[in-house]
Design a protein. Structure first.
Length: 266
């Protein structure tokens, strides 16, 4: 089956970092209609790491997009199955189905860009004035009772600083496995829906996710918030990306402390 240049580059970049194959002789899934083609979800893949364990497991699911003529136009890793189903069906009904599917698609491409170490895509997807906030757990000074604790210290970066640090992380790690999971209305925290639309600007959408980062020399788990701008439909950008640790002082980060659209609504 033919591939266009974008799909061929996506597939080759994935293959350069990890090898995989589909072990099923037949895959039967719904083919979703798109404005300019079709989309096939939940293609089961077995990861075959070379010489060391890859991430938290060897199973992934892929997404394949086709042009109306049947040419493969994109190949990427899928989000967590529960998150994908939630984004497809909608949670609170505020975000229309077509836009929700578009956001899902770009979140999947965003996630795949870390696995493929695709700095060019990340440079394109972040706006020039993007704000990146990263939380780090630090020890607090003991009180008069001699009891210390932990708190989250937040660091702000601009786009250039973040991408420079990310480039160094890509060079240090043989492989990177990033996964997104749902938090929100039907997710583990029971808070707001995973996708919310701005009341100030209808082209702005907030996406709240739980992230697992696994790499050859570093791992962490935490919460990611992305502020997407769909003013240009076919070239959306991220204005804000935040990361917060899941655990602080032996307890999960409280729901009210997890960043959401209300913290950045423009």
């Amino acid at each position: 089956m033919p591939l266009n240049e974008f799909a061929a580059n996506s597939l080759s970049m994935l293959w350069a970092n990890i090898h995989f194959y589909c072990d099923d002789e037949e895959v039967v899934e719904r083919c979703w209609p798109l404005t300019n083609g079709y989309l096939l979800r939940r293609i089961p893949l077995i990861i075959t790491p070379e010489g060391e364990e890859f991430g938290s497991g060897t199973y992934q699911e892929a997404i394949v997009e086709f042009t109306p003529s049947g040419t493969i136009s994109d190949f990427r890793f899928a989000l967590d199955a529960q998150l994908g189903e939630s984004m497809e069906k909608g949670g609170n009904g505020v975000v229309e189905t077509e836009r929700r599917m578009k956001i899902l698609s770009y979140c999947e491409r965003f996630r795949t860009a870390y696995n493929t170490k695709d700095l060019n895509f990340l440079n394109q997807i972040f706006s020039d004035d993007a704000l990146i906030i990263t939380g780090t757990v630090v020890k607090t000074k003991p009180n008069e009772m001699g009891i210390g604790g932990e708190k989250v210290l937040y660091k702000k970066q601009n786009k250039q600083q973040y991408l420079a640090n990310l480039k160094r992380a890509f060079l240090r790690n043989k492989w990177i496995d990033v996964k997104f999971f749902q938090i929100g209305e039907k997710g583990e925290t029971g808070g707001p829906d995973a996708i919310t639309r701005s009341t100030e600007n209808p082209n702005m959408y907030g996406v709240r996710l739980r992230q697992e980062w696994r790499s050859s020399n570093y791992s962490d788990e935490g919460y990611v918030f992305l502020l997407w701008d769909f003013t240009v439909e076919e070239a959306p950008v991220i204005h804000v990306r935040t990361w917060q640790p899941e655990w602080v002082g032996g307890q999960k980060l409280p729901e009210n402390d997890i960043f959401s659209l209300s913290d950045f609504d423009l």
